[in-house]
Design a protein. Structure first.
Length: 256
């Protein structure tokens, strides 16, 4: 292959990418309600020196792939912090979508319908959680590419279970241990199926198809794999402390 053909190939790929991006409106929606119970005000609590939600907003901005970055919140303090970090808060989320029982799908449908009603009709969207400080700009770009290349309705971050899922144990009412799948008691770990779980970081979706059946996880979902070392739930004070320590280590070593 000649240098000219390699250069032309790079130019063509770059040109096609620009054309695709010009024809596709892409939005980022960050859900962030104000009523967190286990970690009060966790969406704007300081994490590594800045409000937690600012990490997500910074990653979205740095990716350079979003036409608009919106925060869906019911809380004016969160809205103020979000705007200061560079996001939009063009509406306030209604109370019925801000309680402990409101699901992400309902929140996304509300935000997407608001956008469409205001004259913006995105073709693709990314739901990025406010408590995702380990997400990097390149992760978001890779996720967008997974959605496009897979042809799936949605694509979201997953990571491997740290130990064989099919060796999981439970504690019975009598205080004794039992296996969930006793048929795998003697199965070698290398012979067990590989198991993955939702990393709880971000979810890409094809807007029109998603709105026709709003489920982030369905049989038409593609995986965006994440390294286990950059996945951490942040639901309890213990989770928060673990995340802070992990974040500090990652910043020192810049683990992939």
């Amino acid at each position: 292959m000649t240098k000219w053909s390699v250069s032309f190939g790079h130019w063509l790929k770059s040109w096609l990418g620009r054309v695709l991006d010009r024809n596709m409106t892409t939005v980022c929606i960050i859900p962030a309600r104000g009523g967190s119970k286990r970690i009060p005000r966790k969406n704007i609590r300081s994490f590594a020196g800045i409000p937690m939600i600012a990490h997500s907003i910074r990653a979205a901005l740095a990716s350079g792939i979003f036409d608009r970055i919106l925060v869906s919140t019911d809380d004016e303090a969160i809205a103020c912090v979000a705007r200061d970090a560079g996001a939009e808060t063009p509406f306030m989320r209604p109370p019925e979508l801000a309680d402990d029982h409101a699901g992400t799908d309902a929140v996304l449908v509300h935000a997407l319908r608001w956008l469409i009603g205001s004259g913006c009709s995105p073709e693709s969207a990314c739901c990025l959680y406010a408590t995702a400080p380990f997400v990097r700009a390149e992760d978001l770009v890779r996720g967008r590419d997974v959605l496009r290349l897979s042809g799936a309705c949605t694509a979201f971050t997953v990571t491997r279970f740290p130990s064989p899922l099919f060796r999981a144990l439970k504690i019975n009412p009598d205080g004794r241990l039992a296996m969930f799948w006793p048929e795998h008691r003697t199965t070698r770990s290398q012979d067990l199926p590989e198991a993955w779980h939702d990393a709880g970081q971000f979810y890409w979706l094809s807007v029109a198809r998603y709105l026709s059946a709003p489920r982030l996880f369905s049989d038409d979902s593609a995986p965006i794999s994440m390294p286990r070392i950059r996945v951490q739930d942040i639901d309890t004070p213990e989770d928060w402390e673990t995340a802070e320590q992990l974040y500090a280590v990652l910043q020192q070593g810049r683990v992939p």
